[in-house]
Design a protein. Structure first.
Length: 477
């Protein structure tokens, strides 16, 4: 919640902070305006017999939820709503048509947004506006979520009122992008929604298109003992520092920052972000030998008590030592030893014996580049590129690195090419030169493979001579 002058609108520590009652739109009676019996007898105006079958499965159904919202809107009445009351009914009608025909009736994209911003709104238009006029425009609005997704119920209720009043009442909390998403606004409502979000709710739009996408983070030091750096602060700081990149698309394609405060990667930064900031440590895993013995003796349950199955007595050799991927641990019956130089930070031993083992004290983060879902090339996991960096305010080291990456990629990246693909195309060696870092053994593409780093003769002490004819003798064309 970082709008200048409004940072503390929703801060409960501040006198006069905002509450739901200050800005609510609907009364309690309006919010609870139908009975379950009314819902059972409610029929929407379109035949949706095909998608209604989805309601009979074992899982909660979006069809039931949207029907509920359709009835609710009908009872609120058009006079109290800023977009067509029947938006949910037409939405279900159009989905039914798509299920019959096996193809979507949303037109792809479209340029739509709010003044001064190039992202944050994803245009969505129906190609069947005569049949479903209430979803002729059905835009998606991305809202920049707070650090670690901490909300107050007052704020969420206020947000829901706004969604109901100016949108379809349908939200997505949270999409895989990370943002809080408001679905189904008309073009006319975009500016009023933006005004209300920024002035009443103290939040900004997120990213969409070829820009920095809304940075997201795990819960980090707010609640997690594994945190190696203050990822929420770094996420907020970089969000504010790179506002221009977030709101004004200048990149070849999307670029995602994600911040995991330890290698457990709860935000999946390593698989989902172009630049993954993953908490790490330089020194040794801290060991409490007395607690190790307590695990071995069965006094402390394994995995913080999370294992419900009956695995029998804890077996440190089988469950910890043998499962260490680099075999860098040993147990002599009374003492646990770790060869920390060989530890790959997989977190297995720490997760299994959290009272006995802790992440190191000299901590910061590692940075990996280039993860993405399949688009031009197949899906790829991020490449470990910066094995360790401190993450201390004002984060000048990290910002300088980001500046180099953006400057290079804006010039070199092709249209709709993620940075991981640019690195693949021009080589990791070039990328390392751009960043000004030497090749390091920790740069890993996948275990035990050459991350395509080549040394020049001048970089190796003593050098060597190349004889192309000799090489060709062994490698005929
Ligand atoms: Fe905790 Fe690590 Fe998960 Fe963040 S990534 S919530 S620090 S376990
Ligand atoms: Fe081994 Fe993983 Fe523990 Fe490191 S974190 S010592 S690699 S089990």
């Amino acid at each position: 919640m970082g709008i200048e002058g409004q940072e503390h609108l929703w801060d409960k520590e501040v006198t006069g902070h905002r509450t739901y009652n200050d800005i609510r739109i609907f009364t309690d009676e309006q919010l609870k305006n139908y009975t379950e019996d009314e819902l059972k007898n409610f029929k929407i105006k379109h035949d949706i017999s095909m998608i209604e079958k989805l309601e009979t499965g074992p899982w909660p159904s979006f069809v039931s939820d949207i029907k509920r919202e359709a009835l609710h809107r009908k009872k609120i009445g058009q006079d109290e709503l800023m977009i067509p009351m029947e938006v949910c009914e037409d939405l279900l009608g159009q989905v039914e048509l798509s299920y019959h025909e096996g193809e979507t009736h949303w037109k792809h994209g479209g340029i739509v947004g709010v003044l001064g911003y190039g992202g944050g709104v994803i245009g969505r238009y129906s190609d069947q506006p005569q049949k479903f006029p209430a979803v002729a425009h059905f835009h998606t609005i991305r809202v920049n979520q707070p650090g670690a997704k901490f909300y107050t119920t007052d704020w969420l209720r206020s947000f829901c009122d706004l969604c109901e009043y100016r949108g379809s009442g349908i939200t997505n909390l949270h999409g895989s992008t990370g943002d809080l998403v408001m679905l189904g606004a008309t073009t006319e409502q975009l500016e009023p929604i933006f005004f209300d979000l920024t002035h009443d709710l103290g939040v900004d739009l997120g990213g969409s298109g070829g820009n920095l996408r809304t940075p997201s983070d795990c819960i980090g030091p707010a609640r997690c003992e594994y945190a190696c750096y203050d990822n929420m602060d770094l996420c907020y700081d970089l969000t504010m520092t790179f506002q221009d990149e977030l709101h004004r698309p200048a990149f070849p394609y999307k670029f995602k920052f994600k911040f995991d405060a330890c290698p457990n990667c709860c935000t999946a930064a390593i698989a989902r972000s172009d630049m993954a900031y993953i908490g790490n440590w330089k020194d040794d895993i801290r060991i409490n030998q007395a607690a190790v013995k307590a695990y071995v003796g069965g006094e402390i349950p394994r995995n913080g008590g999370a294992v419900q199955a009956d695995w029998g007595p804890f077996n440190i050799q089988e469950e910890i030592i043998d499962n260490c991927p680099t075999k860098c641990m040993s147990w002599d019956g009374s003492k646990l030893t770790i060869n920390n130089a060989e530890c790959t930070r997989c977190m297995h031993c720490i997760n299994a014996m959290p009272e006995a083992l802790r992440v190191g004290a000299d901590s910061g983060l590692s940075i990996s580049f280039g993860a993405k879902a399949p688009i031009l090339e197949g899906a790829q996991i991020a490449l470990m590129t910066i094995p360790f960096m401190y993450a201390k305010k004002p984060y000048d080291n990290i910002k300088a690195l980001v500046g180099k990456v953006f400057d290079w990629w804006i010039e070199e990246g092709k249209n709709r090419e993620r940075i991981g693909e640019t690195i693949q195309r021009v080589s990791l060696k070039t990328f390392c030169e751009v960043l000004g870092i030497p090749p390091m053994p920790q740069m890993v593409k996948e275990p035990r493979s050459n991350p395509y780093v080549f040394f020049k003769e001048s970089e190796v002490p003593g050098g060597w001579t190349r004889d192309i004819n000799d090489y060709r003798k062994r490698h005929p064309r």
